[in-house]
Design a protein around this ligand. Structure first.
Ligand code: CMC
Length: 437
């Protein structure tokens, strides 16, 4: 008998079962054989929020949450942040290896030559109210783009798949910047393909009357590092949404709209926006202790703190803190930084946070940098979504090639009523039981 098995005794029947263990997991379907009687459905696992369920095998991103390790395709995040570029990292995520010089040149050419969007998209954008949230516009534009590229439905055609990958990575900054320009009532600035990926994004955001926009190299580099840090993060809420939607063979534009919608939430990529709002609300260093007291009393959460996987300092937050210093040398220090540093200092010493292993996450410092770079607060989730495009697409492509995957369809534990007689209107008593829990 192999040792790599799990023996389970069902105390209801006294029967024993031996389940294989592979990659430190058992297959949930192997539990189905555990039955009380022949017509019994069989045992399932109950795991709301996937706290302990692996939904896929992946070779893209590795996280050790206890040790605070993050690697893309085996390369530590700090090395990539220091030495690489976002476009190189997106190649790495999608191809599995770092590109040679000529491969990177081709990749960059392909991305750069898909940055423009169809002129009709501008009319869709113009339909939004003047104060529409840019993340809402970004999500809608992704869905709208799917209608412009019917070939995106051809997901089992490798050439068509790569085309959508180029398009999505290239156009994400364009629709993001156009959403911002619409929001502030300025004419759209078209892509400038002479510039880097990040430089062009800054151009589309901030170009005014100058004939040629010249990005500040320190700011361009800072954005590049931020994009690298946000490029992928294995099976988080947004990526799980991407895989789940795409498992129905939905095109990648529509799937990514769903992934971006998940990212929008304040517990996920929307947290960077909430951090800035929180820091503004606190206002000054001397108000921090009182704020922490209210967090501990359960009034609200400390935004930018805690993580489902990291039970240690988020390695991305550590790198972002260093980038902040470089940015502030150009832009001048933001007083919010002192409030953030004090929040972090107190929280890291406080028993409430220590006991629960709550450390700053990627969103804690990113917002302060974005603010220093003159991005409005409601653009922050969009700034998370742009670089996550590469990760979402890498996970999508991996899923399509995985023979184990099928349409995502969880089970449920049904606790509601069973087969009842329809009640005529005159006999109903109007009492509802748990209509909306
Ligand atoms: N402030 C105060 N208490 C917290 C916080 C927080 N930010 N996060 C978790 N806790 C407490 C929580 O109340 C619970 O306490 P208790 O055991 O007494 O009930 C305990 O810590 C465990 O929390 P949980 O909700 O079970 O943990 P989770 O893994 O489900 O949630 C999280 C992870 C990120 C949603 C959560 O930590 C949170 O809400 N953080 C604030 C939002 C945030 O910064 N999100 C960005 C995440 S990083 C970017 C990304 O990848 O999306």
């Amino acid at each position: 008998m192999s040792n790599n098995t799990l023996t389970i005794t069902d105390n209801r029947t006294g029967k024993q079962y031996e389940l294989p263990i592979e990659n430190e997991t058992i297959k949930a379907l192997d539990l189905r054989q555990i039955k009380v009687s022949n017509d019994d459905f069989g045992l399932m696992t109950y795991d709301p929020a996937f706290m302990n369920t692996a939904s896929c095998k992946s070779r893209i991103t590795f996280i050790d949450g206890d040790k605070g390790i993050l690697e893309y395709r085996g390369f530590p995040i700090d090395q990539l942040a220091e030495k690489s570029s976002y476009l190189e990292v997106s190649y790495l995520l999608l191809h599995g290896e770092l590109p040679t010089e000529s491969q990177l040149k081709d990749w960059t050419w392909n991305i750069t030559h898909h940055t423009f969007i169809n002129e009709s998209i501008k009319q869709v954008m113009d339909g939004f109210h003047y104060n529409a949230h840019p993340m809402g516009m970004f999500i809608s534009m992704l869905g709208a783009l799917s209608t412009f590229y019917p070939d995106a439905k051809d997901i089992f055609n490798e050439e068509a798949r790569w085309k959508q990958i180029y398009r999505l990575i290239a156009k994400a900054p364009t629709i993001a910047a156009f959403a911002y320009r619409h929001r502030i009532g300025m004419q759209y600035a078209y892509p400038d393909n002479d510039l880097s990926y990040e430089g062009n994004f800054l151009n589309m955001m901030f170009k005014t009357t100058e004939l040629k926009y010249k990005p500040d190299p320190v700011i361009e580099r800072a954005l590049n590092v931020l994009f690298i840090l946000h490029a992928d993060h294995e099976q988080n809420c947004g990526t799980n949404a991407m895989r789940s939607i795409a498992s129905a063979q939905t095109d990648p534009f529509s799937s990514m709209a769903g992934a971006a919608a998940a990212l929008y939430g304040p517990l996920h990529g929307g947290a960077n926006e909430m951090v800035l709002r929180m820091l503004s609300e606190i206002g000054s260093v001397n108000k921090v202790p009182d704020y922490i007291k209210r967090v501990k009393a359960g009034e609200f959460r400390l935004m930018g703190f805690g993580h489902r996987v990291y039970k240690n300092y988020d390695p991305r937050a550590r790198i972002i803190k260093q980038v902040a210093d470089e940015v502030f040398e150009v832009t001048g220090k933001d007083p919010m930084l002192d409030v953030a540093l004090e929040l972090e200092r107190i929280a890291l010493e406080d028993e409430y946070f220590v006991k629960r292993k709550l450390y700053p996450n990627v969103d804690f410092y990113s917002g302060i940098i974005y603010k220093a770079l003159c991005f409005p607060v409601d653009m922050f989730p969009v700034l998370f979504a742009i670089p996550r495009t590469a990760g979402w697409l890498a996970q999508w492509a991996e899923m399509l090639g995985d023979a184990d995957q099928k349409i995502a369809r969880p089970r449920q534990v049904y606790l509601g009523q069973r087969t009842r007689e329809y009640v005529p209107m005159a006999e109903r008593n109007g009492k509802t039981e748990g209509a909306i829990a």
